[in-house]
Design a protein around this ligand. Structure first.
Ligand SMILES: NC(=O)c1ccc[n+]([C@@H]2O[C@H](COP(=O)([O-])OP(=O)(O)OC[C@H]3O[C@@H](n4cnc5c(N)ncnc54)[C@H](O)[C@@H]3O)[C@@H](O)[C@H]2O)c1
Length: 360
């Protein structure tokens, strides 16, 4: 099985990839120093599709498996769901030697990861991401946590998994909309970190839309290597890791203005990346034609590019409420053309709004 290392000294771990890798999860877990009790956290939908093969592989490798289902959806990424997991872990009598397997998308990964970080002051956990977003982004890097009614991801911890097992075959059952949301995050890596990846996405758009296994493996490998590199340099987001927020400033504003119902996160990020590209060009970064290429790629991968209509004051307020706002301005991620970036403080909100055609 192919793998990439996330280099974090004594907390380093491997990301394994392939098609059909779920079958190997038992052997892979057996190669780590883990206890015999495995709690597989999943949701009813993902569990109905993939719990059985995971259970079989773990049992064959000598583990005892406990299944914990959490409700499906971002609205359940909260403290109630976390309590549900703790309750089950306690009921099943799982001790510090037990480990958690997070089987699902980013929601399952974030909540189960935080349960692992906090149960008995921390037990081991393994990520088995089943959405494209989780395979290229959320399962790697150790950000775990839940939302609070006052905001997203307000409660959590940096807590690295012992292993990430990516099985691209699981993407075959993902809805089109969720799949495209994952592609938005893939585009992000290309725009700010890897020109070759961007070129590849441009020339393989159709195959990607058809979920071609070989193409997906190449893309996931590239994204995970990029993320591993970023995390190894800046695990706790004190600097470089913020590059992964590219497109998120306007993306979050769009999500909050539309009440988190109309656009999925990846769609909002796609719109946000288009705005970031326009702003970067207006700042003089990059070369002629690069913004057009970014917009064209976003469109060709079936994602939205247009900001929803709201007044300039509404956008201004939404932008200022973002987590990345520090006193005196917004920490903005610019693309320097394609494949490079710059993070800088922006204090002139009206420049951002005007460049994006907001408020005339
Ligand atoms: N930890 C991080 O670094 C990080 C990074 C980015 C995003 N996130 C978080 O990730 C979450 C979003 O994750 P997501 O986009 O994976 O959403 P998600 O976990 O809600 O999954 C989307 C939907 O797809 C379903 N699903 C999952 N795998 C499937 C499969 N193989 N086949 C069919 N259906 C499947 C899920 O049940 C769900 O209904 C957000 O909470 C976000 O904050 C975390």
């Amino acid at each position: 099985m192919e793998s990439i290392t996330v280099g974090l000294a004594e907390r380093s771990y491997q990301i394994f990839f392939g098609a059909g890798t779920l079958e190997g999860i038992g052997i892979a877990c057996a190669s780590l120093s883990l206890g015999k009790q495995a709690a597989v956290v999943t949701n009813p939908l993902v569990g109905s599709l993939y719990f059985q093969p995971v259970q079989r592989a773990l049992v064959e490798a000598g583990f005892q498996v406990h299944r914990i289902d959490i409700p499906d959806g971002e609205e359940y990424k909260n403290l109630d769901t976390l309590k549900l997991i703790y309750d089950r872990l306690i009921e099943e009598g799982l001790d510090r030697g037990a480990f958690i397997v997070a089987l699902g998308g980013g929601v399952v990964g974030d909540v189960a990861g935080y349960a692992a970080a906090s149960y008995l002051r921390g037990i081991s956990f393994v990520q088995v991401p089943t959405t494209l977003l989780a395979q290229v982004d959320s399962s790697v890097g150790g950000k775990t946590g839940v939302n609070h009614e006052k905001g997203k991801n307000l409660i959590g911890a940096f807590y690295q998994p012992l292993m990430v097992m990516v099985d691209v075959a699981t993407l075959s059952t993902l809805s089109d909309r969720e799949y495209l949301c994952g592609l938005a995050e893939v585009i992000k890596y290309g725009v700010v970190l890897d020109r070759q990846l961007f070129d590849f996405l441009e020339s393989h758009a159709e195959r990607l839309l058809a979920r071609d296994t070989e193409c997906l493996l190449k893309v996931i490998r590239s994204c995970c290597s990029l993320k591993a590199g970023v995390v190894a340099q800046d695990e706790r987001e004190t600097g470089l890791r913020a590059v992964l927020n590219y497109g998120h400033t306007f993306g979050h504003a769009v999500e909050s203005l539309t009440g988190y119902g109309r656009f999925k996160h990846g769609e909002a990020v796609a719109i946000g990346m288009v705005q970031a590209a326009k702003i970067s060009e207006a700042m003089g970064y990059g070369q002629r034609g690069e913004t057009e290429r970014i917009v064209a790629l976003v469109k060709s991968l079936g994602l939205p590019t247009e900001l929803p209509e709201f007044r300039a004051e509404e956008y201004a307020e939404a932008l200022m409420h973002d987590k990345k706002v520090k006193s005196g301005g917004i920490n903005f991620v610019f693309n320097k053309g394609i494949g490079d970036f710059l993070i800088a403080r922006v204090t002139d909100l009206s420049f951002l709004l005007k460049t994006c055609g907001i408020g005339g």
